[in-house]
Design a protein. Structure first.
Length: 247
């Protein structure tokens, strides 16, 4: 099942899914899906160029850089202060290499040289502060907060805990999943990752961009009455994780 994220849905979810950027902004229609538990890359196929930034060739520490997403025709600029960390229990697909992190409410941005209609990434150690936003120029066309992500995964235990060999089973209270975002009636040229409120770090890996051909993924969506309980539970997890994850 896919989640159709529209302005009307944002109202129904009482702010868990925020698609309006404010006065004068507009909301695109996004479809969001999840890959099967344990998958670290998308199963989506693309028309034309697409690529993946794995961060494995980046120096660890804080800064900014230009990416061709693995040598693709797509170019994106990662703004400072994106932080690159080595593999740990909270991040890095397959438990090796590096991953991107922010602990800031302003976060970091990925500015693309040309617009796309797909973005996906391996989201790990989800906490209540994790927010991703999509912009077309200066206009925010879509965003998603952590509570709605957890609501989509539901109580599927297969998503919880680090699935990678060196860290398998660690951090079992937080979900790990590859997430897909499809802009079905528009495009975007900037993605922002930020941590608001700041419970810890927002870890992600395998940033994937392109123009999609098909929509894939099999998320499970709980009944709307469970959203409040899931949000409250994730708030407790975020508070518990705050001390151990902030640097």
């Amino acid at each position: 099942m896919t989640i159709f994220i529209r302005t009307r849905s944002a109202v129904a979810l009482a702010g868990l899914v925020a698609l309006m950027a404010g006065q004068g902004a507009h909301a695109d229609s996004f479809t969001q899906t999840y890959e099967l538990p344990g998958l670290k890359n998308t199963t989506t196929t693309f028309s034309g160029g697409s690529g993946v930034e794995t961060f494995d060739s980046r120096s660890t520490g804080t800064g900014g850089f230009v990416s061709t997403f693995g040598g693709s025709t797509i170019t994106g600029t990662y703004s400072a202060p994106v932080r690159i960390d080595p593999a740990n229990q909270y991040g890095s697909a397959n438990g090796v290499g590096n991953h991107a992190v922010t602990s800031s409410s302003t976060g970091y941005s990925i500015t693309l040289a040309a617009p796309v209609n797909y973005f996906g990434y391996w989201l790990s150690a989800l906490d209540t502060g994790n927010v991703v936003e999509f912009y077309s120029g200066a206009t925010k066309v879509g965003s998603l907060g952590a509570a709605a992500v957890l609501a989509s995964i539901g109580d599927n235990a297969s998503y919880f805990g680090n699935p990678n060999g060196p860290f398998a089973g660690m951090n079992s209270a937080q979900p790990y999943a590859f997430v897909n975002f499809y802009d079905t009636n528009g495009s975007f040229d900037r993605i922002v990752f930020r941590e608001e409120p700041s419970f810890g770090g927002y870890e992600s890996d395998n940033h994937t961009v392109g123009m999609y051909l098909d929509i894939t993924g099999v998320p499970a969506v709980p009944e709307p009455s469970t959203y409040a309980l899931l949000a409250a539970g994730l708030g407790v997890l975020g508070f518990a994780a705050r001390r151990r994850r902030q640097h």
